[in-house]
Design a protein around this ligand. Structure first.
Ligand code: CP
Length: 316
């Protein structure tokens, strides 16, 4: 994986994804052993869009591996305000660091960045397109809850048009196979055709599109809730009309299987009532922790630093 940019998870083989899951498991139980893995390394976090979890976990991941962090959060502080292109920014910043994480509001920005950079670039979210490291966090959460990322009925609910985490997750689960997707959204926020095409092209996967959440609750192993993405709407009235279409509360949780897992990439607005946080099926804060562990696994891998003791652990 050394030197590899990750724009989508298609940039990684299935074995590499499984290896990252195993590395994250190792890191979680060997924090001290891995604390100097990336001594002398530097990551740049270039965030042209707001973020709490993704930026802070990319940065914490490098700090916990012994490396350091530079970057900006909010393009108003960078030379993009003077008209600098993404390509020129990457041609510059990649002289300073060993790896770059970039978030940008435009689809395709991470690909452009990776083509201009002399060091690996990790997509931290490009518009409504993809968010591969969120998917790594999601996979780690499924793995820890079910011991597998396949043979599941996965409901995805909310903004399936603009929700880049949804697109990344569906595409990746299709690679593992045997997933039945239940796509729950209003008519205005259905799943893009290119994502449906991916499911259709996977013999062992299928989907249904529905409007009502309560009627499918009992079928689901996983419910992946999403926020209606205000920042991607052209029209405020449409956002206000659609934002509270789905609210997961205790009443709906009573319809679900006893071992269903509720995931959400966060931030949430109203779509999961706070009362659900105390339900053991709520897995969304576990997802946050898994995001940091998976980013530690990914950062160390793309810069080419071995986690001390990992090889022996992996061969057990
Ligand atoms: N899940 C996620 O991408 O959260 P942030 O926008 O806070 O980074």
């Amino acid at each position: 994986m050394k030197g590899k940019s990750v724009v989508t998870l298609d940039d990684l083989s299935t074995d590499q994804i499984l290896d990252l899951l195993r590395k994250a498991e190792y890191i979680d139980s060997h924090r001290r052993e891995v604390a100097h893995t990336c001594d002398g390394r530097v990551i740049a976090t270039l965030f042209y869009e707001p973020s709490t979890r993704t930026r802070l976990s990319f940065e914490t991941a490098m700090l916990r591996l012994g490396g350091q962090v530079i970057g900006f959060a909010g393009s108003q502080l960078a030379s993009v305000t003077k008209g600098e292109s993404i390509a020129d920014t990457l041609k510059t910043v990649s002289n300073y660091v060993d790896v770059v994480a970039i978030r940008h509001p435009k689809e395709g920005a991470a690909l452009v960045a990776s083509q201009a950079s002399s060091v690996p670039v990790i997509n931290a979210g490009d518009g409504g397109h993809m968010h591969p490291t969120q998917t790594l966090a999601d996979l780690a959460t499924l793995q820890s809850r079910f011991g597998r990322v396949t043979d599941l009925t996965v409901g995805l609910c909310g903004d399936l048009t603009f929700g880049r985490t949804v697109h990344s997750l569906i595409e990746t689960l299709c690679r593992f196979g045997n997933v039945r997707f239940v796509l729950i959204s209003p008519n205005e926020l259905t799943t893009p055709q290119y994502v449906l095409d991916r499911i259709n092209a996977t013999a062992s996967c299928s989907y249904v599109e529905v409007r009502d959440l309560a009627s499918v609750m009992g079928d689901l192993d996983v419910l992946y809730m999403t926020r209606v993405q205000k920042e991607r709407f052209f029209n405020e009235d449409d956002y206000l009309r659609l934002r509270d279409t789905y609210i997961l509360d205790e009443e709906k949780m009573a319809l679900a299987k006893p071992d269903m897992a509720v995931l959400h990439p966060l931030p949430r607005v109203n779509e999961i009532a706070v009362e659900v946080d105390d339900d053991p099926r709520a897995a969304y804060f576990e997802q946050v922790k898994n995001g940091m562990l998976m980013r530690m696994a990914l950062e160390s891998s793309v810069v080419g630093d071995e986690l001390p003791g990992y090889e022996e652990f992996a061969n057990k």
